[in-house]
Ligand binder design. Sequence first.
Ligand SMILES: Cc1cc2nc3c(=O)[nH]c(=O)nc-3n(C[C@H](O)[C@H](O)[C@H](O)COP(=O)(O)O)c2cc1C
Length: 395
Amino acid sequence: MPISVEPLFSPFTVKSLIVSNRFMMGPMTRSFSPEGIPGPDVAAYYERRAQADVGLIITEGVGVDHPAALGSSGIDEVEIPVLYGVEALQGWRAIVDKVHAAGSRIMPQLWHQGVMRIPGTGRHPDAASSRPSGIWGTLDRRSSMPSDYVAKVAEPTQPMSEGEIADIIDAFARSAANAAKVGFDGIALHGGHGYLLDTFLWAGTNRRTDSWGGDHVGRTRFVVEIVKAIRREIGSDLPIMYRYSQWKQQDFDALLATTPGELGEVLQPLCDAGVDIFDVSTRHLSKPAFAGSGKTLAGWTKHVTGLPTVAVGGAGLRKDIYDSHRSGSEADNLDKVMTVFNRGEFDLIAVARALMTDPQFVLKVRNGQESKPFNPEILASKTLYWALFRHQSGR
Ligand SMILES: Cc1cc2nc3c(=O)[nH]c(=O)nc-3n(C[C@H](O)[C@H](O)[C@H](O)COP(=O)(O)O)c2cc1C
């Protein structure tokens, strides 16, 4: 007898955001916004998911208003959208309106690639890549990145200056203000996977001994200042969602916190600064986070912060994002999702690949229908993301 999914069809509220069910479309980078401007095809892509009962959509990563925010990060010919400039904002407004008309909610994922951007690439090739201590990461660790990419980022660069840090904090605040103006329902921050915000939190890339580094609490300061600056711009009603991860693309085994106590110390400054909900990025949503307990990282995050959480990692599929690179993943592991949800460890379930493959995924879950399996053939070409971008074109 399958476990009931009905509890996932109850509403969820945080601040002014009311979501009709617990399904959130996870952020998935796309490359379909020439000059950074999302057009009608991008609007249709999100509208399709909104019309098929996705409660909350987190957009693809969107570049903040800073010259080094975007560039090549292992993918060529990127056309990643931005959150500044009249035309891009018009594009986003049309997307927000369509999603709202379909009864769904939407937040942009604000993104600065930081160390992952290959120096000299992007629309501002002269801009230095933003690295807290000039290093890309621990080059000898188990990484998800291809060796030809790593060769291009391995050379150390200048650590970020005080001026650069201040500029980037302002850039996040300006882009968040733009998001609020065009009607988004909150701000989602990409604080994981080894991109800029994460590289301040992680000891592997933040070796600073000034006030932007130090111990695990000192390393939170950059993110804290960004969250505070965003809060000043958007006011008190709109929620701020912060995505973090223990793992990095530079190092699968990296840890921001080795114990629940340490996790609390890292996350508390972010809560105090104004984060309302944590999107806890794991590759296996039901995997225990620390030895001695079956609790997941989303569960521990909720426990130590008292804030709502999002769980992610294989919802609707049986394999994680990197394992499915090698072999297929049939659909439907909702029993696993429900087991963790019924233990009270998360509030929203993020679904990424399953919703990319099948825009009707949530409707099908509701109706007890099978959704399309995830097809490994789409991952057959050179890089995972590049193949996935291509695959998304017609959908
Ligand atoms: C094509 C693709 C692009 C992604 N881009 C982003 C991104 O821009 N920001 C982000 O935080 N995560 C990104 N992710 C990770 C997903 O949000 C999600 O955490 C991951 O795929 C695991 O969820 P899933 O098992 O439901 O696919 C991406 C994943 C895929 C497959």
